[in-house]
Design a protein around this ligand. Structure first.
Ligand code: HEC
Length: 134
């Protein structure tokens, strides 16, 4: 009888621990259609676009992705999904078109910016700015 109680207490303890575990520390694969993957960035290397990109990033993205893109913005803790880390090599290894696609479409907690950032050049500017966060 006493042993059963010990088992029960251990289970409750384990469940309690689970509740305090960090949320998804990995992201599900997010496939990008080839048409986007291979999109040419018309503002590649354009220094002026970084000024626009930074302003848009601070306005729209920083609250979740954090000032340095590490995914530690003030809103990040309330989300069900991990925001990712823009400073990681695996993130930076994606094409400009892939970053454009994900920003435009969104997924789950990640909003779609198709209507909030309707200009393609503004979108590429944000992509260029994400490239500086490494
Ligand atoms: C409300 C919080 C929130 C805001 C605001 C937000 N994001 Fe996200 N973002 C997320 C989350 C959560 C994910 C992960 C989504 C997933 O994997 O399903 C994500 C994922 C991404 C990814 C893909 C990351 C990867 O590892 O491939 C990119 C790119 C991205 N966001 C760009 C942006 C940009 C650019 C902005 C601003 C224009 C922005 N996000 C604003 C929450 C946010």
């Amino acid at each position: 009888m006493k042993k059963n109680l010990t088992v029960l207490m251990s289970c409750l303890f384990a469940i309690g621990l689970l509740a305090f575990m960090p949320k998804n520390t990995f992201q599900e694969p997010w496939p990008v259609p080839d048409a986007y993957k291979n999109k040419v960035n018309p503002l590649k290397g354009n220094a002026e676009s970084l000024v626009t990109g930074k302003a848009l990033y601070n306005q729209h993205c920083k609250s979740c992705h954090g000032a340095k893109g590490k995914g530690d913005g003030p809103k990040a803790a309330q989300l069900d999904t991990d925001c990712g880390d823009f400073t990681k090599a695996s993130f930076q290894a994606q094409t400009d078109g892939a970053l454009y696609y994900k920003t435009e479409k969104g997924r789950k907690d990640m909003p779609s910016y198709k209507t909030k950032i309707p200009s393609a050049n503004d979108m590429w500017s944000v992509v260029n700015y994400m490239r500086t966060l490494k």
